[in-house]
Ligand binder design. Structure first.
Ligand code: NAD
Length: 260
């Protein structure tokens, strides 16, 4: 179990990150939540983790597009809990547009949040993990780290980048008992997926039902959305001793999407 260990989960005020944070807390880890949202909603989730799982949970409002704030989040966690044993780089955003109309600022923001933030957080957390001789780094990639879809240029580029960064870090840290893996979900029903439906309707000229059935679930042979708890279960497993020889892997949970 992760009792007396500490996990920092970026983008954990919602969706997959929140499920991963709760899964790691259930396994005994103290948690640093991160992400945006209404202060009262975040406080409710933080307090619920402490009450339900008997661990300590803190919140960092660090913006994953700001390298200084990312380093500050890791330093704060180390000061508060003594170490960062598990780092989950999960924060991510989406934007759907043809390349020639893709706003330059959106490209930069997606590369910063979905890719560079993982580099900055790893850079800050690895020295502590090396000192203690144990660590787990888990990056939330995507089926879009393996295959592409049109109109998601920045997202697909960032996620392919995360897959490469994961492999590189795994090799660098292989003899330090620090594993580095990514999880690649297909479509998971979260606010991120729900909120891209209007833009996909516009970009492809489709109704909401057509986007759900003909675009989203069309890619997924099981015709079912992945659940956030199914993603969280993989993260918990990757932190276990049973997974100590799994490193540099890209683990798909996509209903068969990337088998096609
Ligand atoms: P979500 O929108 O529910 O959650 C995203 C989280 O990131 C939120 O907590 C949000 O506050 C946080 N966030 C956004 N910008 C941030 C910033 N600048 N700094 C700090 N936090 C920030 O989305 P989700 O679906 O749970 O996505 C989580 C991860 O899973 C993302 O990396 C996403 O690309 C990936 N993913 C999602 C799906 C899916 O179908 N939902 C599929 C594959 C991969």
């Amino acid at each position: 179990t992760l009792t007396s260990k500490t996990a920092v989960v970026t983008g954990s005020t919602s969706g997959i990150g929140l499920a991963i944070a709760r899964g790691l807390a259930k396994d005994g880890a103290n948690i640093v939540l991160n992400g945006f949202g209404q202060p009262e909603d975040i406080e409710r989730e933080r307090a619920a983790i402490e009450a339900e799982f008997g661990v300590k949970a803190r919140y960092s409002g660090a913006d994953m597009s700001k390298p200084d704030e990312i380093a500050g989040m890791i330093a704060e966690a180390e000061t508060a809990f003594g170490a960062v044993d598990v780092l989950v780089n999960n924060a991510g955003i989406q934007f759907v547009s043809p390349i020639e109309e893709f706003p330059v600022g959106k490209w930069d923001q997606i590369i910063a949040i979905n890719l560079s933030s993982a580099f900055h957080a790893m850079r800050a957390a690895i020295p502590g993990m090396k000192r203690q001789g144990w660590g787990r780094i888990i990056n939330t990639a995507s089926a879009h780290s393996l295959v592409a879809s049109p109109f998601k240029a920045a997202y697909v580029a960032a996620k392919h980048g995360i897959a490469g960064l994961t492999k590189t870090a795994a090799l660098e840290l292989a003899t330090h008992k620090i594993t580095v893996n990514c999880i690649s979900p297909g479509y998971v029903w979260t606010p991120l997926v729900e909120s891209q439906i209007p833009d996909t309707m516009k970009a492809r000229g489709l109704t909401k039902e057509q986007v759900i059935n003909d675009v989203l679930l069309q890619a997924q042979p099981t015709k079912e959305f992945v659940t956030v708890d199914q993603v969280a279960a993989i993260a918990v497993f990757l932190c276990s001793d049973a997974a100590s020889q799994i490193t540099g892997a890209n683990i798909s949970v996509d209903g068969g999407w990337t088998a096609q």
